[in-house]
Design a protein around this ligand. Sequence first.
Ligand code: PMP
Length: 422
Amino acid sequence: MPNWLSIYYDEPIEIVGGKGNRVVDASGKSYLDFFAGILTNMIGYDVPEVREAVERQLATGVVHTSTVYLLRGQIELAEKIAKLSGIKDAKVFFTNSGTEANETALLLATYARKTDQVLAMRQSYHGRSFGTVGVTSNRTWKNNSLSPLNVHFLHGADRHLAQFKGLSDADYIKACVDDLRHVLATAVGGDVAALIAEPIQGVGGFTMAPDGLFAAYKEVLDAEGILFISDEVQTGWGRTGSAFFGIQNHGVTPDMMTFAKGLGNGFAIGGVVARGDLMDNLHAVGLATFGGNPISTAAANATLDYVLDHDLQANAAKTGALIIDGLREAAKRLPIVGAIRGKGLMFAVELVDPATGGPSTALTARFMEETKKAGLLAGKGGLYGNVLRMAPPLTLTEAEAAEGLAIIVNVLEVINAEVVSS
Ligand code: PMP
């Protein structure tokens, strides 16, 4: 296996079991899972509804044939997602991952617009394939920039540049829109296929564009016929609490959305939901041999039904607010905390060196090891690697939210005391 494979912790954890919102490692230690396999286990572990749906499919003897045959579960899932998307005449194509979903969206967009020029956001992450690395700007996650696409990166969540200091949201949005117009004016032939953006940047450290920015971008793009692709791989299915898909928080209906991660509650499934005219546009026939296979769609149908039947979007809003409010309160007395960000069950703590105010990856590493000891799994990320990102299953209970919050705050307090006294 390659040395660029990312494995967390000084002594990596081998997870061998899971139930509810907890997992167990090979030594028998239990952890409250605040990262959910990087948001894959959207409704927790060993969920009877998902297990039984998969077992029913296994019992038919058909794990998979191919997508050249009719797959009832795939059609049912496509119909549900198309309806939930809010996109006009929506059609769905299934893949096995978020990377493939974004590749497909970029293919649809560049084909429809007959140009290889696309717009993406700074600090973005959209996958690790040749095309998606091109629209990824987070340097930690891209090995080269030899993309087949001609990419222009826009400002969004990163407001730290000197020219943006002190600007109100409205003035910042105006500056960003001016920049977008300038980028379009300088683009070869003036032709751009699409903007691809994450409503909340996942790998980027849960950074968020100010309210109104995406709507302002969309207005300019619409006037030019440029398409908007919302990458909902992390923000979909009610996770942000306030909307079912992240981009809906911004009052924007995109032309396409891409999804993956949580939909199969651990089973591999991703896809694109797009305007029907865009989806039907390609002239060559296509299939993804395993995309939307019977096992994954059985898991995905059961997972999506569970999210809707139990109104987990409301649960994400409630339990997320409990944690985010608690973190904000604690941060007031913790100089190592530079910022708390979050929406629903997607929240982040940015760690800084109090002496300089600059990012501290050493503190991130300390936090990871201490929370591991205390029995909580968290994630890390951000441009400088100093952001703790957490996204528990949407099934998190209020008691578990309080338990996780207490562990996080306690660990932050211990590290803060060490730093302040040193
Ligand atoms: N888009 C976003 C926003 C992601 O967070 C990820 C995965 N971290 C991807 C795309 C790629 O998904 P996958 O790893 O399933 O290919």
